[in-house]
Every structure is written in structure tokens, then in C-alpha cells.
Design a protein around this ligand. Structure first.
Ligand code: 5RP
Ligand code: FE2
Length: 227
């Protein structure tokens, strides 16, 4: 069996939208394409919708990780499943019926995750942890790329990894916001195995190399919890 490696999910929030095809090609070695759907209500910003997800599906074979930052995702999750999302994550702060959404995602053959804002404690996962494939922990308040990593997230990552361990749950933990070469090893060592990076990847001169570098720098951190 090959050794586990950190999965890297570049966020196209920081891509050059006028050259999105070129930027998707540059990250063809990534593990996911992270698509930040924001509705201008749940977040102060308005970004991508279903058509962007469809366009990414046509342009790339990399699995699509759709991060829904919308109020009432219950109403719109099916649009993103139909558009070709491979992983869909919904905020526990926004979902009316999170278990129903997770079932809908699984019924469509996709993977399901729930997201916690920095201000939401890990215990909010208590009744849903067993039902999801991934927990996404925000390490910035959602809305924008390029913000600074909130340090308290490190403790929350460890808490969620411990919860998963105690329950014997095989869980992906993704961390989103302010992750870069400077902190990726610590983030992973705390218990993460998927990292989102927007400005770190697309702000670099060579996005393809930055994906490989983040994976390389982060992977040693897996040994801390993934024995
Ligand atoms: O969900 C998000 C913001 O709400 C983005 O995925 C996140 O901020 C990534 O950008 P960066 O790596 O530049 O912080
Ligand atoms: Fe995101």
C-alpha cells in the first residue's frame, strides 16, 4: 500500500477568471478543484454558481469540491449535483436539514461534507459526524480569499480528528482559508488531510509547482496522527 499524501484543493476564487481554462490546466495535478459558491447573503461576497461548476466539469477531469456558502442550501444543492459536483459541502450554520441534504448528496452518487465557520464549535458536529465523508473547517470567516489564518483552528482540527478517532470514523478533514507553505505542515499535523489553497496557489508564479510543493510540505505532518 502506498503511503498517504496530503490532498491539495486549489480554490479558483483566486484564479484569473479571464483565463480560467489555462488556470485549470495548470492545476491538473491537484486532488480537487475547490469552487466557492457564495450568494451575497450568507457571505458578503457573490461568486460562482451552477454554470461555473458545469464549465469546470467540461474543462477538467479533477474532482470538483463545491463549497456552498449560501443560505438555505437545502433548496439549491440538487443544482450543483446535476452540474457535476463530486464533493459538496454545506455549512451547518446555513442548512435547515443537514441530514436530509447529506442523504440527497449520497443518493446522487457524490461525497458529502459539512462546514463549520471559525466561530462554530466542534461539538456542532456531534450528531452528523458519522454521516459525512468530510468535515471542512473554515480557518477564516467565509467571503474572501487572501485572509489570514485564524490560529484557533489548529485546536479545532485536533478536536475533530479526536472525535473521528473515538468513533472509528474514516473522515477527511479539509481546512480552508489562509493555508500556505508557511503553515501547511502544522495544519496537517493537527489532523487535516485536505488543504484548500487559493491565493497561495494562484498568487504564485508557477501554480502547478505550488500544488506539488504544498503536498510535499504538508505530507510529513500526516505522520503525527495517521500512524
Ligand atoms: O472559502 C473560501 C473563502 O470563504 C476560500 O476557499 C478560501 O478563502 C481560499 O482562499 P485563500 O487560500 O486565499 O485563503
Ligand atoms: Fe472555500
Amino acid at each position: 500500500m502506498s503511503a498517504p499524501v496530503v490532498r491539495v484543493a486549489p480554490s479558483i476564487l483566486s484564479a484569473d477568471l479571464l483565463n480560467l481554462g489555462r488556470d485549470l490546466e495548470a492545476i491538473s495535478g491537484a486532488d480537487f478543484i475547490h469552487i466557492d459558491v457564495m450568494d451575497g447573503h450568507f457571505t458578503p461576497n457573490l461568486t460562482f454558481g451552477v454554470d461555473t461548476v458545469k464549465a469546470c466539469k467540461r474543462a477538467s477531469t479533477v474532482p470538483l469540491d463545491v463549497h456552498m456558502m449560501v443560505t438555505n442550501p437545502d433548496e439549491s444543492v440538487s443544482w450543483y449535483l446535476d452540474a457535476g459536483a463530486d464533493m459538496v459541502t454545506v455549512h451547518l450554520e446555513a442548512a435547515r436539514h443537514p441530514h436530509r441534504i447529506v442523504s440527497e448528496i449520497h443518493a446522487a452518487g457524490a461525497q458529502a461534507g459539512v462546514v463549520l465557520n471559525p466561530g462554530t464549535p466542534a461539538c456542532a458536529l456531534d450528531s452528523i459526524l458519522e454521516d459525512v465523508d468530510m468535515v471542512l473547517l473554515m480557518s477564516v470567516d467565509p467571503g474572501f480569499g487572501g485572509q489570514s489564518f485564524i490560529e484557533g483552528t489548529i485546536r479545532k482540527i485536533s478536536q475533530v480528528r479526536s472525535m473521528a478517532r473515538e468513533r472509528g470514523k474514516d473522515l477527511l478533514i479539509e481546512v480552508d482559508g489562509g493555508v500556505s507553505a508557511a503553515n501547511v505542515e502544522r495544519v496537517v499535523a493537527a489532523g487535516a488531510d485536505v488543504i484548500v489553497a487559493g491565493s497561495a496557489v494562484f498568487g504564485s508564479a508557477d501554480p502547478a509547482r505550488e500544488v506539488a510543493r504544498l503536498r510535499e510540505l504538508g505530507t510529513p505532518g500526516l505522520a503525527a496522527w495517521n500512524a
